[in-house]
Design a protein around this ligand. Sequence first.
Ligand code: ADP
Length: 332
Amino acid sequence: HVTSDQLLNENEYSLERSLRPQTLADYLGQGKIKKELAIYIEAARLREEALDHVLLYGPPGLGKTTMAMVIANEMDADIRTTSGPAIEKPGDLVALLNDLEPGGILFIDEIHRMPRIAEEMLYSAMEDFYVDIIIGQGDTAHPVHFPLPPFTLIGATTRAGSLSAPLRDRFGILAHMEYYHKDELKDIVLRSASVLQTDINTKGAYEIARRSRGTPRIANRLLKRVRDYAEVKGEGVVTEPIAALALDLLRVDHEGLDIVDQKFLSTLIKLYNGGPVGLNTLSANIGEEVDTIEDMVEPYLLQEGFIQRTSRGRMATAKAYEHLELAHLMTD
Ligand code: ADP
């Protein structure tokens, strides 16, 4: 499925890379995770051992990949990156692991989408740094015990719940990434603006921050669009009024809800009387994949109190009715 993030063009991808902080100190927000990781990293460095395996989980765009790069940098370790769906057969995984330097890091994005057979191979690799592989075919097939260099696996997933228990249990460090506070996002916007050499004031940065759904990737994307607007329609400076006008044009509302969020809520209210309604039905109605809704749309709407999840389906809250100015449609 294609998410709006995948629609970024190459140019935007390289910009995105340049916006990545390199050190824990530069990595803004996620204070609790950073504090813990700083200790584990220092301890591993003192013992001259590989860092324990790390599972980063939370919605897309919150900085999981960035955090993996930061950890590698802080550990002074070599890092290889791949993703669950890119690992097609166990051999792919063995090749990656075998290629690591001792103490190196393998980053697997979307680790919940890794094939089962590769996942099972990870168990012994993570626990005791070896894999058993089958060499040959038919009668000559025999297992070979294959030692690996000590390494750190960093897994990223949008859903810790879709990971099998044996895999989840093999991560020594579990880090739950949370949506960012507006002030943290404001600082991220200011930092990105300085990387992009864009003129911005604090209020302009805050206006972008508060409409970014708690997500740095969205904040950076909106900053770029607002910058374009400021250059064409303004004096090139990102101020609060310029940011507000540009974001209105993008149909990002004052709560930061985008067109998909708005469609989700208005469908729930207008077509289904506010619910409860099942996810598949909603997905068909608004033309978005179930996965996209579960990973990207719902978590934020839930956190901000626009919807409730019940055993019978999703329900709109009074806040959602009021936000869409549909309070007159509220029953009981
Ligand atoms: P994820 O892997 O969780 O989908 P990424 O690590 O790719 O998210 O982050 C998306 C973008 O957001 C990156 O380009 C990065 O510049 C920015 N970003 C993420 N977290 C932070 C942060 N804590 N501070 C500054 N920028 C961040």
